[in-house]
Ligand binder design. Structure first.
Ligand SMILES: Cc1ncc(COP(=O)(O)O)c(C=O)c1O
Length: 387
């Protein structure tokens, strides 16, 4: 479908094309020097000692869970209002995901109090997800984790370039996981990155990324090694040079593009407040600097979201939902819930949430068009009296 205003758009141009061509001309396509440069530049940008590039954020989350020592008999606490990959990563290890509720209407992030209520003697880790790029309450979560001796893994897929108290998200926990999927703030098509300040953990993550092998094809090509041992049960979660080359260019654009996202978000907030006061825009006055990955709104609680989205579609505006709660998916119905939990806020807010178009090149005229469409769609579904 040709949308008048699509949900997201990438910022690709001649620089990305040139970067890919250079890799193709170099005749070295698998993980090598370009990936190393990408990792070094990413680590410097994020402010972490180590950055380890992988094939996608799902792989990053899986490796983080393995490195956290999660396994059968263990539990990890995480939000249900996230992309399914956050929870799947826990399940790949044989551990049980225990879902904690979100904070409420103004913050769709996991609640610290709810995390605490989910902790049992079997809990090993807390996984947080910074919804839309807005920071979870990391000081409180780290303090809680320390009290209970738990590892904190950050799913920072939405939070590339977000900060809290001057510190980048993804560097608060023991390990942070980023995604470079096509709709993310920077993209390599598919791709991901792990960051950590822990040297031993970084060594383990690097090993696990590539079959647990002590040397790589690149090292042998360079003459640094001729054989290898396999010292761990690893995976093939490597990235390739083409995607790393794209990542290097995209990383250079990230700060500027995030600034543009913040400006668009501010305009949306202003116009929605003025023209659609019956909708609620979460994360009002949120602390920190958000990467503004998403533009979520909450519809009035008795509005039909399906009708609203259909009306937006008829006006050429693409919208989406973030997310259907994980615990309601068929594949999660059999997952035992170790502690009695109420996921009331998760279920209520997830049912009211609609994401509006947001990307760096989104024009002011398009934002005005989207807000007018929100207003007329609310009238159409009978939520607002026509003017
Ligand atoms: C919150 C969240 N976690 C994890 C992922 C998984 O990322 P990837 O597609 O790179 O595996 C995504 C991607 O959509 C995401 O939004």
């Amino acid at each position: 479908m040709d949308w008048l205003v699509p949900l997201s758009d990438i910022d690709f141009g001649a620089e990305e094309e040139e970067a890919v061509q250079q890799v193709v001309k170099s005749r070295w396509l698998t993980m090598g020097a370009v990936t190393r440069e990408f990792e070094e530049e990413f680590a410097a940008y994020i402010g972490a000692r180590h950055a380890i590039a992988v094939t996608n954020a799902t792989a990053a989350l899986h490796l983080a869970c393995v490195a956290a020592g999660l396994g059968p008999g263990d539990e990890a606490v995480l939000p249900s209002l996230t992309f399914v990959a956050t929870a799947n990563a826990v399940r790949y290890t044989g551990a049980v995901p225990v879902f904690a509720d979100i904070e409420g209407e103004n913050s769709l992030n996991i609640s610290v109090q709810e995390i605490e209520d989910c902790i049992t003697p079997r809990t090993r880790a807390i996984l947080v997800m910074h919804y839309g790029g807005y920071a979870c309450d990391m000081p409180a979560i780290l303090a809680l984790a320390e009290r209970h001796g738990l590892m904190v893994i950050e799913d920072a897929a939405h939070a590339l370039g977000s900060e809290l108290n001057g510190r980048m998200l993804g560097t608060w926990g023991t390990v942070g996981c980023f995604s470079f999927f096509s709709n993310k703030n920077m993209t390599t098509g598919e791709g991901g990155m792990l960051v950590t300040n822990d040297d031993r953990l970084a060594d383990r993550l690097r090993l696990l990324r590539s079959h647990g092998m002590t040397s790589l094809t690149w090292d042998r090509h360079k003459g640094h090694a001729w054989s290898y041992d396999v010292v761990d049960l690893g995976y093939n979660y490597r990235i390739d040079e083409i995607r790393s080359a794209l990542g290097r260019v995209q990383l250079r654009k990230l700060a500027h593009n995030n600034r543009l996202r913040r400006e668009k978000t501010a305009l949306y907030r202003h116009l929605l407040e003025e023209q659609c006061p019956e909708t609620l825009v979460p994360f009002d006055n949120h602390p920190g600097v958000s990467a503004c990955h998403l533009m979520p709104i909450l519809l009035p609680d008795d509005a039909s979201r399906e009708e609203f989205m259909r009306s937006m579609k008829e006006r050429g505006i693409q919208t989406s939902i973030h997310y259907p709660p994980v615990h309601l998916f068929s594949a999660y119905r059999g997952v035992p819930l170790p502690v009695p939990q109420s996921l009331a806020f998760t279920e209520i807010m997830a049912a009211r949430e609609v994401s509006l178009p947001l990307y760096p090149a989104l024009s002011e005229a398009s934002i005005r068009l989207v807000v007018e469409a929100v207003q007329s769609s609310l009238v159409r579904i009978g939520r607002v009296a026509p003017l």
